[in-house]
Ligand binder design. Structure first.
Ligand code: NAD
Ligand code: TYD
Length: 349
């Protein structure tokens, strides 16, 4: 039985990856390593916690003795590494946390994986999950390709870029087998309501202002999280080793157009008069160093592995809104306590 370590599996994307692997591959044993930071939540994977091929391990990738002994004990055949600090605004307030978790934490995993297999890496794999933000910001035209030069602009993007470089360097120096994927903005169930879509759903529901940064004309490419998990599955099994794949939704939106669509869909679901939720839109001070546009060219993944998004944006967004409205308790739980302090610090009252 293959032993696979998935890090960050109690977080947003990680929980979808863990669920897919546990259910689809009963022949693998999936270990989910997560420190359960503010973004980690065991509720996200309640449905699979009793499966025989699943083990949860609470632990921190920054803790070297703990990581080393876990690898020594379990001898993981593969790692799918998602654990990270993931929110740009928090990286502006506290960059060191991002350096420690995303850069040093990744290096700790690489060291432990290398020391476990020394120079016999046959059939082994270190899969590093990264972001399109490593490429920086695009102008009005153009797309990020796998060959685009790195040009990270935020502390978050820089920490992810550095971790990508370490993975490639370990591949080159020690022959460690790796694959990296760089994905665009994800949306879907279980995303912590600090990111645009769940934050705005939460605020619309509660009739709170919708804080639009700057002129609202920043552009992102949005992908349904389940399709990201499916892409990771394809790349894990069939992707070329020592290579990189960009993952994206072929789905660009300016923030303001997306927010107006969200308001419209929420008006329908909450039985409000059309236009009511949009009245909550409030332009606020821009994010420092805000990247203007991200857009991914995911054609390599499509051509080589046949992957493409399985749902349209309309379908994905409908599923997402319904999930947040049907799971009020989840949203209430994650927005109590420390979230209140975060919100006040970020947005005022
Ligand atoms: P998230 O913040 O929702 O979850 C991160 C998870 O990692 C949490 O469960 C947290 O408890 C865990 N974690 C954090 N620090 C840890 C540590 N020191 N040790 C162990 N566990 C720790 O993040 P997400 O949005 O699910 O992103 C997952 C990965 O995907 C990240 O590497 C991120 O850079 C990447 N990514 C995210 C997006 C996106 O749109 N969210 C897009 C592309 C790539
Ligand atoms: P976010 O979800 O934080 O993802 P990222 O910064 O990684 O792209 O933000 C998506 C876009 O929405 C980004 O351009 C910033 C903007 N935004 C707002 O306008 N207001 C907000 O309150 C948040 C959280 C984001």
């Amino acid at each position: 039985m293959k032993k696979i370590l998935i890090t960050g599996g109690a977080g947003f994307i990680g929980s979808h990856v863990v669920r897919l692997f546990v259910n689809k591959y009963p022949e693998y044993h999936i270990y989910n390593l997560d420190a359960l930071t503010y973004a980690g939540n065991l509720e996200n994977i309640r449905d699979i916690e009793n499966k025989p091929n699943y083990t949860f391990v609470k632990g921190d990738i920054k803790d070297i003795p703990f990581i080393d002994s876990l690898f020594e004990q379990e001898k993981f055949d593969a790692v799918i590494h998602l654990a990270a600090e993931s929110h740009v605004d928090r990286s502006i307030t506290n960059p060191n946390e991002f350096i420690e978790t995303n850069v040093v934490g990744t290096a700790n995993l690489l060291n432990a994986f290398r020391d476990t297999w020394k120079d016999n890496f046959d059939g082994k794999l270190f899969y590093h999950v990264s972001t399109d933000e490593v490429y920086g910001s695009l102008g009005k035209t153009g797309l990020f390709k796998e060959t685009t030069s790195y040009d990270p602009q935020s502390p978050y993007a820089s920490s992810k870029a550095a971790s990508d470089h370490f993975v490639r360097a370990y591949g080159n120096t020690y022959g460690l087998p790796f694959v990296i994927s760089n994905c665009s903005n994800n949306y879907g169930a279980n995303q912590f309501p600090e990111k645009l879509i769940p934050l705005f759903i939460h605020n619309i529901k509660n009739n709170k202002p919708l804080p639009v940064y700057g002129d609202g004309k920043y552009t992102r490419d949005w992908l349904y999280v389940v399709d990201h998990a499916k892409a990771i599955d394809e790349i894990f099994h069939k992707g070329k080793r020592q290579d990189t794949y960009n993952i994206g939704g072929f789905n660009e939106w300016t923030n303001i157009d997306l927010i107006l669509l969200l308001c419209d869909l929420m008006d329908g679901r909450l039985k409000r008069t059309k236009g009511d939720s949009a009245k909550l839109i409030t332009y606020v001070k821009d994010r420092a160093g805000h990247d203007r546009r991200y857009a991914i060219d995911a054609n390599k993944l499509n051509k080589e592995l046949g992957w493409k998004p399985s749902v349209t944006f309309e379908e994905g967004l409908a599923k997402t809104l319904d999930w947040y409205l049907d799971n009020e308790e989840w949203l209430e739980n994650v927005t109590s306590g420390a979230y209140q302090e975060y919100y006040k610090k970020m947005y005022g009252e």
